[in-house]
Design a protein. Structure first.
Length: 322
């Protein structure tokens, strides 16, 4: 997934990211003897961006080659090659060729910068989503849900409609849930808030540790998918973990609704979740000749199977995975 290398492209720390991942040789398929570079091309409507990554002399660092930007009316333009820092970072500040305030680099960078991966796996009793967080950490919903309380507090104050939609979704999965109690508490000179809540028919304040793993994970999923001003692309890793079967069906509805405004990509191993989508919505990852390949399913090709079986059943029978 391209997001894995985008922190380096966005924040100019590509070398550190590659080093932390074991060095450029570990990113090249079967090592540098078989693969000499990684290339990528991204398209955003009228705009585009492509580049390749290769091993620098000595094999310790990575260089960016053939970095180019694209505009539909002028084609591809070279913006650099052989550098260790993405030129896109500089291109985002340049004006358009026609004198417009923003050029191609700005629009490409803005689209990439808006991508968000969410990974709500750590729901343990000591996880960040169950603990206090500073009230000011509320502008962007974090990838692990660690600022769920201040983010929801901001939505309650500034986006009451979206906040209400999140409450409605949570109540469908947790019937006894009434509302969040997002009361800030002073810790010296700063204010913090955590995910306290109350049950229907009771004023007793329930604490984050009273929520089951599946419940707090669904709260995070609903918040990510119903947030106002969503990112250009939302990626969620295995969202079905710990969810009740009905919650999985509701999750699919939230995904379908969110996909009307933004691109949503899920990685899943759940046949019940796949059952909730059309064949054309599913891209299957396979291992072929030692490499990963990705192909989109076709409802027409599977039509005879789908007359008798659900999509998830075909997965279980290894019909769509072989």
């Amino acid at each position: 997934m391209m997001e894995l290398s985008l922190p380096g492209l966005k924040k100019s720390n590509l070398q550190s990211f590659i080093t932390d991942g074991g060095g450029i040789d570990d990113f090249l398929f079967n090592g540098p003897k078989e693969t000499n570079e990684i290339s990528a091309e991204l398209n955003f409507g009228l705009n585009g961006y492509r580049f390749s990554l290769a091993s620098a002399a000595g094999g310790e660092n990575v260089v960016i080659n053939e970095e180019q930007r694209y505009y539909e009316h002028s084609g591809w333009w070279d913006i650099g090659s052989g550098q260790m820092r993405p030129r896109l970072i500089d291109e985002k500040n340049k004006r358009g060729v026609s004198g417009s305030q923003h050029g191609v680099g700005y629009h490409v960078y803005k689209a990439i910068d808006s991508w968000r991966i969410y990974h709500f796996h750590d729901t343990s009793k000591t996880s960040a989503m169950r603990r206090y967080e500073i009230v000011e950490d509320n502008k962007t919903f974090r990838f692990d849900g660690s600022n769920i309380a201040p983010f929801l507090l901001r939505l309650r104050e500034n986006y009451p409609d979206e906040y209400g939609e999140i409450l409605d979704a949570v109540r469908l999965v947790i019937p006894f849930f009434d509302d969040f109690l997002l009361d800030a508490r002073e810790f010296g000179d700063i204010e913090k808030v955590r995910l306290s809540w109350r049950q229907k028919g009771s004023d007793y304040p329930m604490q984050p540790y009273h929520l089951s793993d599946g419940s707090i994970r669904f709260i995070c999923l609903a918040t990510a998918l119903l947030q106002p001003l969503p990112p250009s692309t939302i990626l969620i890793d295995e969202p079905e973990l710990g969810l009740h079967p009905y919650a999985i069906e509701l999750l699919a509805e939230l995904v379908t609704s969110a996909a009307q405004e933004t691109q949503v990509i899920l990685s899943t191993q759940s046949p019940p979740l796949v059952d909730c989508f059309k064949a054309e919505d599913v891209i299957v990852a396979r291992r072929e000749d030692g490499a990963s390949s990705f192909s989109r399913l076709s409802g027409d090709e599977l039509s005879e199977w789908l007359d008798e079986y659900a999509l998830g059943e075909l997965w279980r029978k290894n019909v769509i995975a072989r």
